[in-house]
Design a protein around this ligand. Sequence first.
Ligand code: FDA
Length: 394
Amino acid sequence: MQQIDTLIIGAGAAGLMCAATAGYRGKSVVVVDMGKKPGRKILISGGGRCNFTNENAQPENYLCKNPHFIKSALSRYSSQDFIELVERHGVEYHHKTLGQLFCDDSAQNIVDVLMTECEWAGVDVKMRNEVLSVSKQDESFHVQTTENTYQCKSLVIASGGLTMPKLGATPIGFNIAKQFGLNVLPTTAALVPFTLHDHDKQRFDGLSGISIPTKISSECGTEFKENILFTHRGLSGPAILQISSFWQAGQAVTINLLPDSPIQDLITEWREQNSQKSLKNMLSTILPKRFIEAMVSHAEIFDKAINQLSKDDVYQLAEYLHQWQIKPNGTEGYRTAEVTLGGVDTDELSSKTFESKKVPNLYFIGEVIDVTGWLGGYNFQACWAQGVACGQAV
Ligand code: FDA
């Protein structure tokens, strides 16, 4: 049995950040992970370039039963702090849209930063080490893995959520929480594409690959201004992923297909310059032609010469284009979702240290807890901030 100060379950974003922070404080730290390589989700994130933070990350960008919970950690370790870390390691990066930062080269750069920090801090990262059981005996935890048994003073659960089971997602974090009497909130897949009912599949057939800038809103009133993407499985794109975190089964989402140009104004313009042209042709100048053709062929949008449009026609068209409603059939679920909504109830944890209020020296960080960020680097920023806060406390 190996005796150490801190054992961390999960060599992902949260676990590695926590390990390096604790290691620099002189703690003996071991990270165990069942995967072959550390940071597997980091490696596939951001299309292989890792959207590693968001410059505008604020508590408002996170979903959590307690909206104040994430404030303390985020204020103590900001996106600027992580940017300084990657700069110290010479990682080149670029700004995309909406405050999102990506590696120029590869997501491997971020894993290298974390692994180098762990090495400098004297952390032992043990891969291919599945955790089989955890127990508490007197003041210490005993953790049995496929390779070893550890006795540690503090135990950090950074084992992630349920997304992407093929990358090693397991419910172990939720099971450990329940084993020690902590409440776990129901979980669902979030930042996930929508699947469609048969009638929508038929009318969107052939539209795969089309992307449209929109403003999308949920029934609870949350709005995002981003692109939707038609895929052969349903609807995706950043707007859909964002709104999926706020969507519940049976609800509709409302899509403004022309968020920056009221159709009434465009028609007034067209009446002056192109009054003989057909509505279909003119709409195809501002929206993808294939999309407009499909909507006309399904009689969702009528076609007339611009100079024949009545007031009622314009009203109907405005309602359609600015308040297009889709009722998704469901989501693609954990298989393709980026994050897990819900998880270990933050009421059970200290917002300063992430320690369980009921079980001293037991900590939960990262996707396993009920803190879920928007799309755009917010989830990694939460992992860095929680990892540092916890690593300073263990
Ligand atoms: P994470 O899941 O990374 O790590 C948990 C680790 O625990 C895993 O390595 C797993 O093997 C290990 N484990 C589980 N059970 C175990 C057991 N029984 N024994 C031993 N080990 C065990 N976010 C963002 O901010 N920007 C982005 O660009 C993206 N992009 C993105 C793309 C895709 C495709 C996905 C799926 C997700 C993203 N995300 C993202 C979200 C981000 O990846 C996610 O929030 C973090 O990776 C969560 O990090 P954690 O450290 O909490 O868990």
